[in-house]
Design a protein around this ligand. Structure first.
Ligand code: OAD
Length: 258
């Protein structure tokens, strides 16, 4: 079946659905220049395995190394702009007001593109918090109000003096339960889940499409490569999100009423 036909079929499913939910991973931001999580990081950080840096153990052992790793990732992300995939998802909100976007990403490109209902499973890289949440969970810290020797030190909580950390979920850490509960309930109620740019290997996010399927919903996947989701996808649109998502949204206006 041609990709055009698959796009038509996906558009017909979306057009006929009542409750839609989107699940995104790093692939949706790839065309904005943000490396996916499993891309080899270039330069200084190529010698480090991100999965070994993004852990509470790594932070406890060497908080400045982990802090500098996230400063490096924030530096990479700073110039990133929403790409046509983010903008196509924002455009879908006109057809589905309040369209929920469950994201594993820690960038804010969905918000920048105009999406208004983001469920964040892994936190937000541009936010920071006290590593001990000393004023309650979370204890947000605005590091722009703090002073420290950037070359030799890192910011510390102004309340308790413990190191400040990025407000993201690290390997082995619990996800924010309110976000996870909402993501699971949205997945169970959706009659269509659009999955964009995730390898589908990290639980519990990778369970969400299975929840939709078990509840009788359909799964559409956009990814240039096979992923852990592809086996349960009703339609796999093989290709880049920045190319395919705008074509799916455009096809909605011409899709046959299912
Ligand atoms: P991955 O890096 O695991 O997977 C990125 C996916 O995007 C792959 O399946 C690629 O094939 C696909 N991809 C690449 N370019 C694409 C494009 N232009 N359009 C669409 N898809 C494209 O990233 P995630 O699946 O998001 O967790 O990783 C999930 C989690 O694993 C991350 O949130 C992170 C990591 O551990 C934490 O940080 C806790």
């Amino acid at each position: 079946m041609s990709i055009e036909q698959r796009i038509e079929n996906a558009a017909a499913l979306i057009k006929a659905c009542q409750r839609m939910v989107v699940l995104t991973g790093a692939g949706v931001s790839k065309e904005s220049g943000v490396p996916t999580f499993r891309d080899a990081l270039d330069g200084l950080w190529a010698q480090y395995d991100p999965q070994r840096l993004a852990t509470p153990q790594a932070f406890a052992a060497n908080p400045k190394l982990v802090w500098d790793f996230y400063e490096y990732r924030r530096e990479i992300m700073r110039p990133a702009q929403p790409n046509p995939a983010h903008r196509a998802l924002a455009a879908l909100e006109t057809r589905f007001p309040g369209l929920p976007i469950i994201t594993q990403n820690v960038d804010d490109l969905h918000e920048q593109a105009g999406s208004t209902n983001i469920i964040r499973l892994h936190g937000k890289i541009n936010a920071n918090r006290c590593s001990k949440n000393c004023q309650g969970s979370p204890t947000p810290i605005d590091v722009t109000t703090l002073e420290w020797d950037h070359a030799h030190d890192m910011p510390h909580c102004p309340y308790c003096g413990h190191p400040v950390r990025p407000d993201v979920v690290w390997f082995g850490e619990m996800l924010p339960l309110d976000q996870l509960d909402e993501a699971k309930s949205l997945s169970a109620r959706a009659d269509v889940m659009l999955v964009v740019g995730t390898s589908g290997v990290v639980v519990p996010a990778s369970d969400l499409p299975h929840i939709t399927k078990r509840a009788g919903g359909k799964v559409i996947e956009i990814n240039p490569s096979e992923s852990g989701i592809t086996p349960v996808a009703d339609i796999w649109l093989q290709g880049a999100a920045g190319d395919l998502l705008p074509r799916v949204v455009a096809a909605l206006d011409t899709a046959q009423d299912a």
